[in-house]
Design a protein. Structure first.
Length: 427
């Protein structure tokens, strides 16, 4: 198989490495890729939503599988672009249709889907400029805190948790009247605040069958103790100790199966990953959000634990044969620690030389995120720079190994959290 992988983060390095290890892998192209993906295949200078360029590239290079890493191309309709073009119809795209990608691209769509399919989620109402006044009234009688969500994609900034009614009214007004997030906040979902601990659960589906992958927990805040601004993710662990068999059975019965059955019943085309952002509220799972792709940095702990041939799974999905596959998981624990640029998630500098990246071993892989190759140097090229993943017999050991390597790797402004997995240090 010749594969085109779209993206340039740590998730894409993890996907590229895993696919490159398969005997089914022919040529592997990554667009645009980073210095790490360049070690697994050939980077191609092309944006993930440049569909016409992607088409020409796939035809010239006899690509037989397209794997979008992030949501961007999926929400922009890459699946349908391939299906609707006679020259491209034979090339499977590992991801949902544009319609189905609204599970991530529109909070209101996701909420309605969950309501129709009786999937546990926070109580909510949706508002736009036509029922703006009703929205203000809704906020005034709402218990605190109040969660406001811009309907569309807002670069991870569209969720506001307001501590007071005044703050909620100000945010709500800015989102709808002042288009704070552009079209993304034309519609706003207002929902009940849920208290609990979050985790990420992943499945791969062919639209009829699903297979559950290892779960993970990520750490979104920049600062230790989960303080400060939200980031793309500063680290992750897998497994998640509180996600025991009893809890995961509830997740499967109440969330996963109703979601996949709902997609099938509503004839929504979905081939690829579903990422369930869940919260455990006193032992009961609730859906915070759906994503239509793998997580980053969760992929950097999920894929190293997955023992299956990823290309065999992708082939089974594209042939509607996923039921014949069995998932096999490395029982070791995995932890990843992100090294980020000073200043991230706000303004930061790029082009700092990185040194002392260790070669991969059976127990540790340093995934590249925001890096680029410049001659024989590796330079920083993004906010999140490297993800140091370690595998060990306990989470505690895996975390300790990642911490040692985090200390050794150097670049100017290197910043990271030393408390990833803090709740599970004794596990
Ligand atoms: P989202 O973009 O939907 O993932 O939301 C971002 C973050 O906001 C989530 O990871 C949660 O930490 C938090 N959040 C979203 N919805 C809720 C909710 N209903 N209750 C509590 N926290 C929430
Ligand atoms: N780590 C969260 C995400 O990928 O959305």
């Amino acid at each position: 198989m010749n594969i085109l992988l779209l993206g340039s983060g740590g998730r894409e390095h993890a996907l590229a490495l895993k696919m490159s290890q398969s005997p089914l892998c022919g040529q592997l192209f990554i667009a645009p890729g980073n210095a790490g993906t360049a070690q697994c295949g050939q980077n191609v200078n092309m944006g993930v939503s440049e569909f016409e360029k992607i088409k020409a590239f796939c035809l010239e290079n006899a690509v037989t599988l397209v794997v979008p890493g992030s949501e961007e191309a999926l929400v922009n309709g890459i699946y349908d672009f391939f299906r609707n073009d006679k020259a491209l119809q034979h090339i499977p795209v590992m991801g949902p249709s544009q319609y189905a990608a609204q599970l991530e691209g529109s909070k209101a769509f996701a909420k309605l889907f969950m309501q129709r399919n009786r999937i546990p989620t926070a109580a909510y109402q949706e508002f736009n400029k036509d029922n703006f006044d009703a929205g203000i009234d809704y906020i005034k009688q709402h218990s605190l805190p109040i969660v406001l969500k811009a309907d569309g994609l807002a670069a991870g900034k569209g969720v506001v948790i307001a501590a007071s009614h005044e703050e909620a009214i100000t945010e709500f007004t800015q989102m709808i009247q002042d288009a704070k997030f552009g079209d993304a906040s034309k519609t706003v979902v207002i929902e009940q605040f849920l208290t609990g601990i979050e985790l990420s659960v992943f499945v791969i589906t062919d639209g009829r069958t699903y297979k559950i992958l290892p779960e993970a927990k990520d750490y979104k805040r920049i600062g230790e103790g989960d303080k400060g601004l939200n980031t793309g993710g500063m680290g992750a662990v897998s497994p998640v100790p509180f996600a025991d068999a009893a809890f995961m059975k509830k997740v499967e019965d109440q969330v996963i199966r109703p979601t996949v059955e709902g997609l099938a019943a509503e004839k929504i085309v979905y081939n690829g990953f579903i990422f369930f952002g869940l919260i455990n509220v006193e032992g009961e799972p609730f859906v915070i959000e759906y994503n239509c792709r793998m997580g980053d940095p969760e992929t950097e702990v999920v894929l190293p634990r997955l023992q299956n041939d990823l290309l065999e799974l992708f082939t089974a999905v594209s042939e509607g044969q996923l039921a014949s596959q069995t998932i096999s998981v490395d029982q070791r624990a995995a932890a990843t620690v992100m090294l980020v640029s000073k200043g991230y998630p706000e303004a930061y500098e790029k082009n700092k030389e990185i040194s002392n990246i260790p070669a991969p071993t059976r127990d540790q892989i340093v995934f590249h995120a925001g890096t680029r190759q410049d001659g024989d140097k590796v330079l920083t090229n993004g906010g999140r720079v490297l993800a140091i993943t370690s595998l060990a017999t306990s989470l505690q050991l895996a975390l300790a190994h990642s911490a040692q390597t985090a200390e050794k790797i150097s670049f100017e402004g290197k910043t990271y959290r030393r408390d990833i997995g803090y709740e599970f240090r004794n596990v």
